[in-house]
Design a protein around this ligand. Structure first.
Ligand code: AR6
Length: 172
């Protein structure tokens, strides 16, 4: 399983599934969530409403899957990262769960290629260095047991891009 890092906009990535850093309402917001709904069009929000009607949103650390609407990806996997609170609220375990649940949902839906944004490191203020360690170690642990073809970390800013490159480059 290839694990890659690129700098860019996740809404433009051609993979089976892109992951959204959503909130518990699933009704959209700012950051990457806003960009995905804006570019993907209303069918994503309609699918999120259907999930809300069934299960009442999405808990922190959980994930749900919808269409990707007009985006080049086939699916959007919406996961809800933890809000950073000085590390006092199991933020690391909850962030790890976001990556695990998203990967499990990908496998269950026949996804072979998946792209992750840097969940929780924007509006939710999770320190980027700590979040990158959780993201990379969780995906690497997953790859030892189950395999997708490709996992791409899509970094939007230089700081995250540098952090992921360092973690994913041997002796880097
Ligand atoms: N492509 C890839 N990464 C992006 C993009 C993009 N188009 N836009 C932003 N990022 P954030 P969170 C990066 O704030 O911290 C929303 O309102 C961004 O630079 O999107 O998990 C939700 O509805 C950062 O590194 O998500 C929630 O309420 C990363 O994506 C809340 O924000 C995550 O930043 C979730 O906050």
């Amino acid at each position: 399983m290839e694990i890659e890092v690129i700098k860019g906009d996740i809404t433009e990535i051609q993979v089976d599934a892109i992951v959204n850093a959503a909130n518990t309402s699933l009704l959209g917001g700012g950051g990457v969530d806003g960009a995905i709904h804006r570019k993907g069009g209303p069918s994503i929000l309609e699918a999120c409403y259907a999930i809300r009607n069934k299960q009442g949103g999405c808990d922190v650390g959980e994930a749900v899957i919808t269409t990707a609407g007009k985006l080049p990806a086939k699916y959007v996997i919406h996961t809800v990262g933890p809000v950073w609170n000085h590390g006092n609220n199991d933020e690391d375990l909850l962030l790890e769960s976001c990556y695990k649940q998203s990967l499990a949902l990908a496998v269950a839906n026949g996804v072979k290629t998946i792209a992750f944004p840097n969940i929780s490191t924007g509006i939710y203020r999770y320190p980027k260095d700590k979040a990158a360690v959780v993201a990379v170690s969780t995906v690497q642990a997953f790859s030892e047991k189950e395999k997708l073809d490709r996992v791409i970390f899509v970094c939007f800013d230089d700081e995250n891009y540098a952090l992921y490159n360092r973690l994913l480059t041997p002796e880097g």
